[in-house]
Design a protein around this ligand. Structure first.
Ligand code: PGA
Length: 254
């Protein structure tokens, strides 16, 4: 049985101070919640302080990206080992904003996945189609390609421990979420691919979570779908009360 997994992607929001205040508030609001993995992903500068603020709580911390080299002349990048040392247990890899704005490709996403696993971080691998691709009937083919290439060379044991986030690009930050049926179809497809490529055990244990305009009002119906194991929440995660409501919806849907 997969425990629900709710992660807040803070994107380029919250200073160190704001991140610490947020985590302290969140930990008091969700302290009684059991049976849900609760994760927040602050910016790189706030990672360490947020991890310290979350210490000995039921909240874990994720980076938003990591480079594949351990160190070197890569101005502006942060390595997986550095993200881990800062206190993160997870790292988001291949978010569509990274792919469209910062040149991430399936190949570099795959390199980041390997680097994360090598640094003892759990990758949260994001995949998802654009509106044009959906309208053109290419959704499942796009997901296949991003998943296959993103997981190239990854062992079944590692896949079992990982999180795959289905994030339709047209639903991110638009207020227009995928319907529960659309999301379930994509998730069931992704799990089927995991099963054929990595075996039934890895497919059953890997978390496949949904992202794209998740908010308190739609969380329960999305999380109630059999193959939706949680949510990657952007905008709505910036508000403690709203994020906590989504966490509670996950517990009820479990
Ligand atoms: P959103 O973002 O919830 O603001 O749509 C989701 C994401 O980018 O992970």
């Amino acid at each position: 049985m997969r425990q629900p997994f709710i992660a807040g992607n803070w994107k380029m929001f919250k200073t160190v101070h704001e991140a610490v205040v947020h985590v302290k508030e969140l930990r008091s609001v969700v302290k009684d919640v059991e049976g849900v993995d609760i994760v927040v992903a602050p910016t790189a500068t706030a990672l360490h302080a947020a991890a310290e603020a979350a210490r000995n709580s039921n909240i874990a911390v994720a980076g938003q990206n990591c480079h594949w080299e351990r160190d070197g002349a890569f101005t502006g990048e942060v390595s997986a080992a550095m993200v881990r040392e800062a206190g993160a247990e997870y790292v988001i890899v291949g978010h569509s904003e990274r792919r469209t704005l910062f040149g991430d490709t399936d190949q570099t996403v795959n390199q980041r996945v390997h680097a994360a696993l090598g640094a003892d971080l759990v990758p949260i691998l994001c995949v998802g189609e654009t509106l044009d691709q959906r309208d053109g009937g290419q959704t499942l083919a796009v997901l296949d390609q991003q998943l296959k290439r993103g997981l190239d060379g990854v062992s079944a044991d590692h896949v079992a421990s990982m999180v795959v986030a289905y994030e339709p690009v047209w639903a991110i930050g638009t207020g227009r979420n995928a319907t529960p049926e659309q999301a379930q179809e994509a998730h069931a497809h992704l799990r089927g691919r995991l099963r054929s490529w990595f075996g039934a055990d890895a497919a059953e244990r890997c978390h496949v979570i949904y992202g794209g305009s998740v908010k308190p009002a739609n969380a329960a119906s999305l999380l109630g779908q059999p193959d939706i194991d949680g949510a990657l929440v952007g905008g709505a995660s910036l508000d403690v009360a709203g994020f906590a409501q989504i966490v509670r919806a996950a517990r009820l849907g479990a």
